[in-house]
Every structure is written in structure tokens, then in C-alpha cells.
Ligand binder design. Structure first.
Ligand SMILES: Cc1ncc(COP(=O)(O)O)c(C=O)c1O
Length: 445
């Protein structure tokens, strides 16, 4: 199905936009243009309704065009459209910071606002280094990430990230080393957390032996890897990382840009997997995707370290921040979004409905022999698709295009298909999404 004839866009306009993380040539030859969104559905240029099978980019768990968020944003634009982020403030950022802490583990109660997930990761990594310097341990500068991890598009993000395609073009990054990922052979098609794989945390001990804890600032992992295709931590794995970090005075950062605010059927991945890190990075769901915003949330002891050593009180304690930190419109959207999640008890709903989602997704195993793995947790699922023509990315692309034609938006990345339906998704909607995916998979045989 080609949409090029229907769009009002000129070729010059199509050419002018260098699209993010997209196959520009393929898209511009056959644009998939969305014109509006309401509830769990987009409407495309042909007027077709398309189910939002990834909640935007893991952003819109509440669905689209939520009246309370729209009203809060409209009111805020009219009242205070922008407020300088440095040295002056507005009330909404403090209200939102306190609201965010209601979703965090109790010890994490100091919120630094950013404009995106990448900036949240940058913030966490910079503050980790600065924290150790303030503690008189200025040699602690290296970072440890994990294979298949995704931590954003900045230089620090690709350095600690572990998806090869996101790294290879860019040369030297920050000095970072990587734990192995936790997709252990033999655990394919596990529902939820696998029993094997905890031992992969021991590689952290080896990395510490190699580089010495006196040189390592922090370990950063997604509690559940999203962009790599939903890699769920094995039982006991995150606990073991926590123990090793504690033993060696290394900060543990959970990148919860996807897992924060309900996707796991818990307020955070930290809560879902019962491990408390020192820092949590956030973005996406905090404003339901309506306006860019992120945050890094720190243990109070980290904040206090900077305050105690801040010098005269007219001085900055940390020379760090963004023009759009705590943007008033983003704060208004954030307050309304988090209020909706609480009022509608959506964290609990995702938890209650996730066994239904799990059963639904795992039914696909019997539908198609080209699925080599299915993983799930909360309202998230990832399928690994066996490669064709030695090209792992080809089939997922074709499957996603077929799904789009059938009226379903899903994400494809490397050899995976990723699913993350809105928090309010009904069983009948899960069934129709999975049935359509089964059909799209069978077309590949
Ligand atoms: C875990 C994680 N960290 C960081 C990011 C980067 O966020 P952003 O694209 O808002 O910069 C993402 C985006 O998908 C993510 O999933």
C-alpha cells in the first residue's frame, strides 16, 4: 500500500526531514503518515484506525488525547509558557518532583529534571562521577553497562549502551565496559523471569577485578531491557548486581525510561524486581509522551553530599542542567499524567491483567515456527524472529509493515518485534493484536 500519492507533502519537504532512527529512503518512498490519535488508536492519512501496539514509543500508557492532560497543558500555555530553568523557579516543578517521588522507592527522593531519556542518563552519569569526586575518590570515572542495553542517543548513552548497531559508526566514546546480556540459551519462551541466568551477574566481579573499583563510578542497566526486545532479568540477578556494587562502593543506576510509571505492573522496575538502586532515570511515561521531559532521581545522600560541599550559598552546587529542565508545560503534563495513573489505579490494573497478556502473547509459539523466543513482563513482550537470507532485521521489518497494513502499529528492532499496549487495553484488544500478528508471521512461511 503506497501513501505517497495521498500526502500533501512535496518531495522537497519529505527530503528536508532527516528522520530519527528510521530507514529514510524506504519511508520517503512509502510514507506511513499519522494524522491524529485518540484513546488506543491512531488515524492514518487514509482515515484508517490503527491500534497503538507500543503505546507510542513506550510513552503513552494512558492512550492518546487524555482530556485531563490536554486541559492541563492548554491552561499552562496560557498561564506560564516558559520560565527560566536556572536560578528562578515555578511551583509546578516542585509539585511534580514530589509527585514523582510517590512512584519511586522511598530512599530515592531528589529529582533532577531533564528534557529526555538521553539527558536523564547523561545527568546520572555526570552526577555519579561528580559524587565520587566530592567524596575524595576522583579516580572513579569508568562506567559499566550491559550488552544489548539501550541508554539513549547521546555520546554517553551509546558508550554505556550495548546494541552494536547503535555504537559502531561513532568511534570513541566514554570509557565503558559491558556485562553480558541475560538471554541465556535454554531459557527461550520463559514466561516472566527465568530461573537461570543470575550467574551472569558474576561477570561484574571479573570487570571489577580487571579495572579495580577505585576506577569505576557506576553500573547502569535497564531493569528490563526494552529496546533490545524485552529482556527480562533472571531471578536474583539484579539483587546480585546490587550486592556486588555495595561491596565495592559502586553506584547502581537503573535506567527506567521504559519501566517507570506502570509498564511493569509496578510503580518502577525497582519495585517489580525488589531491588533499590542509587539512581533511577526516567522519561517517556512521565508526561504520557505529550511533551518531552525526563528526570534522574537520586538517593538523598547523593544530593546531601553536593549540598554539604556546595561552598557559599550563592554558588551552584552542580554546574549542570538544561534550558528545558522543569519546563512548566511539561510539568503540567506530568502532574496530570501521574494523577491519571493514580486515579485510575493503572499500575494495579497492569499487574492484574499481565497474566492474561502473558497467555495471549505466548500462544504465538504454536502459530509460527519462525519465532525463536518470546519474552514478557507486565504489559511488554518481545519476540525474536529467526533470520531469513542471513539478514536478521528483514523479517521483523516485513512483519511490522504487514501489521501496519492490517491496522496495528508494532515496533521492529534488529531481530525482534516489540509490543507494549496501553495500560487500559482490554482482553479483546489483546486478542485481536495477537491474532493479527499471528497472521503476519504466517505470511513469512
Ligand atoms: C532505557 C532507555 N534509556 C534511554 C532512552 C533514551 O530516551 P530518549 O529517546 O527520550 O532520549 C530510551 C529510549 O527509548 C530508553 O528506552
Amino acid at each position: 500500500m503506497s501513501h505517497i500519492a495521498k500526502t500533501r507533502l512535496t518531495q522537497a519537504q519529505l527530503d528536508a526531514h532527516w528522520m530519527a532512527y528510521s530507514g529514510n529512503r524506504q519511508f520517503k518512498a512509502d510514507p506511513r503518515l499519522i494524522v491524529s490519535a485518540e484513546g488506543k488508536y491512531y488515524t492514518d492519512l487514509d482515515g484508517r484506525k490503527i491500534f497503538d501496539g507500543l503505546s507510542g514509543l513506550w510513552t503513552c500508557g494512558l492512550g492518546h488525547s487524555v482530556p485531563s492532560i490536554n486541559e492541563a497543558v492548554a491552561k499552562q500555555v496560557k498561564t506560564l509558557d516558559y520560565s527560566p530553568a536556572f536560578q528562578y523557579g515555578h511551583e509546578k516543578s516542585f509539585e511534580l518532583a514530589e509527585k514523582i517521588t510517590q512512584f519511586m522507592p522511598a530512599e530515592l527522593n531528589r529529582v533532577f529534571f531533564t528534557g529526555s531519556g538521553s539527558e536523564s542518563v547523561d545527568t546520572a552519569l555526570k552526577i555519579a562521577r561528580a559524587y565520587w569526586r566530592k567524596k575524595g575518590k576522583g579516580t572513579k570515572v569508568k562506567f559499566i553497562g550491559r550488552a544489548k542495553g539501550y541508554h539513549g542517543a547521546s555520546v554517553s548513552g551509546f558508550s554505556v549502551g550495548g546494541i552494536p548497531a547503535n555504537r559502531t559508526l561513532y568511534g570513541q566514546g566514554l570509557e565503558s565496559y559491558h556485562l553480558p546480556h541475560t538471554q541465556v540459551p535454554g531459557t527461550e519462551f520463559t514466561k516472566g523471569m527465568a530461573e537461570q541466568g543470575k550467574e551472569r551477574a558474576e561477570d561484574l566481579v571479573n570487570l571489577i577485578t580487571m579495572h579495580d573499583a577505585s576506577n569505576i563510578a557506576a553500573v547502569i542497566v535497564e531493569p528490563m531491557s526494552g529496546s533490545a526486545g524485552v529482556i527480562v532479568p533472571p531471578q536474583g540477578y539484579l539483587q546480585r548486581l546490587r550486592e556486588i556494587c555495595d561491596q565495592h562502593d559502586i553506584l547502581l543506576i537503573f535506567d527506567e525510561v521504559i519501566t517507570g510509571f506502570g509498564r511493569m505492573g509496578a510503580k518502577t522496575g525497582a519495585e517489580a524486581f525488589d531491588v533499590t538502586p542509587d539512581v533511577i532515570t526516567l522519561a517517556k511515561q512521565v508526561t504520557n509522551g505529550v511533551i518531552p521531559m525526563g528526570a534522574a532521581v537520586f538517593k538523598q545522600e547523593i544530593y546531601d553530599t553536593f549540598m554539604e560541599q556546595g561552598g557559599p550559598d550563592y554558588m551552584l552546587e552542580v554546574p549542570h542542567g538544561y534550558t528545558y529542565s522543569a519546563h512548566p508545560i511539561a510539568c503540567a503534563a506530568g502532574l496530570a499524567s501521574l494523577e491519571e495513573i493514580q486515579q485510575q489505579n493503572l499500575v494495579e490494573r497492569v499487574k492484574e491483567m499481565s497474566p492474561i497478556w502473558q497467555d495471549c502473547v505466548h500462544q504465538l509459539r504454536s502459530v509460527s515456527p519462525i519465532i525463536s523466543d518470546i519474552r514478557n513482563y507486565g504489559f511488554a513482550a518481545g519476540l525474536t524472529i529467526a533470520p531469513v537470507d542471513n539478514e536478521p532485521a528483514k523479517r521483523p521489518f516485513q512483519i511490522a509493515m504487514s501489521m501496519w497494513d492490517k491496522g496495528y502499529y508494532v515496533r521492529y528492532g534488529a531481530d525482534t518485534i516489540q509490543l507494549a499496549p496501553p495500560f487500559t487495553t482490554e482482553k479483546s484488544e489483546m486478542d485481536s493484536l495477537i491474532n493479527a500478528l499471528g497472521d503476519a508471521l504466517q505470511e513469512q512461511h
